[in-house]
Design a protein around this ligand. Structure first.
Ligand SMILES: *[C@@H]1O[C@H](CO)[C@@H](O)[C@H](O)[C@H]1NC(C)=O
Ligand SMILES: *[C@@H]1O[C@H](CO)[C@@H](O)[C@H](O)[C@H]1NC(C)=O
Ligand SMILES: *[C@@H]1O[C@H](CO)[C@@H](O)[C@H](O)[C@H]1NC(C)=O
Ligand SMILES: *[C@@H]1O[C@H](CO)[C@@H](O)[C@H](O)[C@H]1NC(C)=O
Length: 410
């Protein structure tokens, strides 16, 4: 008697767990991974700072500025597998909320960077439609150029039909040669897109293939994990990946994912009030406006590259970013890189920039929801107890429990 009560209870519990799982089936997941050789070091920080300078400096010319070739791309780390065409051709792309175009190398590209990467063969895809409009994105010292084409683009199990993208035929001076990814899939707003092309996620929303116009990133903060850097989730957020509720803030200009911070402090020292910031998955550092950076560097006695002598990181205060009244704290060990007695701030600055760029140093600590429909961002501390294996085990456990209970019922 009592036994059968327990069985019934267990059955109900199983059904509940199944419902919880079904509820999250509106979410489509794509694992993102880091470069196998990702490492935070002073050299990498400086190389990346220079790359970010190029990314955010649209009218930049090589004149009068020392052109610095980047030796590697290991820090531009979050990329995943997408398909283009029918049958699918696969590409590794960086999911970049700091830009809005999709581009991959074309089979007709003869540049060295294209030789080392997957290239797109339009002639082998039954869903390919030629467009031919010229396409070009400048990266400071170089550029990728080519023409637009249209085809089916799939990731996370969803397909955007008739997606216009750049088929890159020339990569000059960009040093994408060393990049692990083949191309970039921009997840910024349409107004940022070159040639007025509709961005891929926007296309998925327009075609109704994603239930909710929301995507979110769970980025694991430490680079040693090669195969599970985190997840990009289309269609919503997964509460099991963060702690507490999301703190929402409106996007103040729908181009980059730009929002307003209340305060930014180092410990109790006020660095800025009401500064704008953008959430950029294509950057691993935090980038501050020059005046704010100068103040931070002075606090640490750091030089222009953010380097200073140090012994232990324990004595340094948190970086505190207040968003919509809520403090988001980042411990010193996450925003300072220590190599023996040399410390480097993972906070840098680039010239001509009046907003902060929140890359992985921030996004790796805080789960981020990009709500396209409501033009807002949601942040919450990541649930650092979660690992890929635990996620999979949880799902297996749920299934097993449900199946087991089902058996008991009969
Ligand atoms: C991308 O996914 C396809 C299909 O699952 C797979 O065959 C291919 O090896 C993957 N590519 C990479 C580089 O992981
Ligand atoms: C995609 O393009 C093809 C050919 O131009 C057209 O026939 C089809 O209706 C389009 N599909 C969608 C979903 O826009
Ligand atoms: C090529 O794509 C652009 C951007 O989507 C569009 O405005 C233009 O009409 C297309 N041109 C052709 C010839 O299809
Ligand atoms: C990152 O991982 C390395 C080695 O796996 C470890 O030494 C380091 O303390 C970790 N850093 C943080 C901030 O957790």
């Amino acid at each position: 008697m009592a036994g059968s009560q327990i069985q019934k209870l267990a059955f109900l519990a199983g059904i509940l767990l199944i419902l919880v799982n079904l509820g999250s089936s509106a979410l489509h997941r794509i694992p993102v991974q880091r470069s196998p050789s990702f490492k935070r070091s002073h050299k990498m920080i400086v190389a990346e700072r220079d790359f970010i300078q190029q990314k955010y400096t649209r009218q930049y010319t090589a004149n009068g500025y020392p052109v610095e070739q980047l030796s590697n791309f290991d820090n531009f780390q979050y990329y995943g597998n997408i398909s283009i065409g029918t049958p699918p051709q696969y590409f590794l792309v960086q999911f970049d909320t700091g830009s809005s175009n999709l581009w991959v190398p074309s089979s007709s590209c003869l540049s060295e960077a294209c030789q080392d990467h997957q290239t797109y063969y339009g002639s082998e895809s039954s869903t390919h439609v030629a467009n031919g409009t010229a396409f070009s994105i400048t990266y400071g010292t170089g550029s990728v150029t080519g023409y637009l084409s249209m085809d089916y683009v799939g990731f996370a199990g969803l397909i955007a039909k008739n997606q216009t993208f750049g088929e890159v035929t020339t990569e000059v001076g960009t040093n994408f040669v060393d990049a692990y990814f083949d191309g970039i899939l921009g997840m910024g707003f349409p107004s940022l897109a070159v040639d007025g092309v509709t961005p891929t996620f926007q296309n998925m929303v327009n075609q109704g293939v994603v239930q909710s116009p929301v995507f979110s990133f769970f980025l694991r903060d430490n680079g040693s994990v090669v195969n599970y850097g985190g997840e990009l989730i289309l269609g919503g957020s997964d509460p099991s990946l963060y702690r507490g509720g999301l703190t929402y803030v409106d996007v103040i200009q729908a181009a980059y994912w730009k929002f307003q911070t209340d305060f930014i402090k180092i410990g109790s020292t006020l660095i800025s009030t009401f500064d704008a910031a953008i959430a950029d998955t294509g950057t691993s550092l935090i980038v501050a406006p020059v005046a704010e950076y100068t103040q931070i560097a002075q606090l640490f006695g750091a030089d222009s590259e953010g380097t200073f002598q140090c012994t232990s990181l324990d004595s340094y205060p948190d970086l505190v970013i207040t968003i919509n009244g809520v403090d988001f704290r980042i411990q010193a060990k996450y925003y300072i890189i220590q190599e023996n007695y040399l410390c480097s701030l993972a906070i840098q600055s680039i010239s001509g920039q009046d907003f902060w760029i929140m890359g992985d140093v921030f996004l790796g600590r805080f789960y981020t929801e990009f709500d396209v429909g409501n033009q807002r961002l949601g942040f919450a501390p990541v649930n650092s107890a979660i690992s890929a294996r635990q996620l999979a085990l949880w799902q297996i456990f749920t299934l097993a429990l449900a199946c087991g209970v089902w058996k008991l019922w009969y």
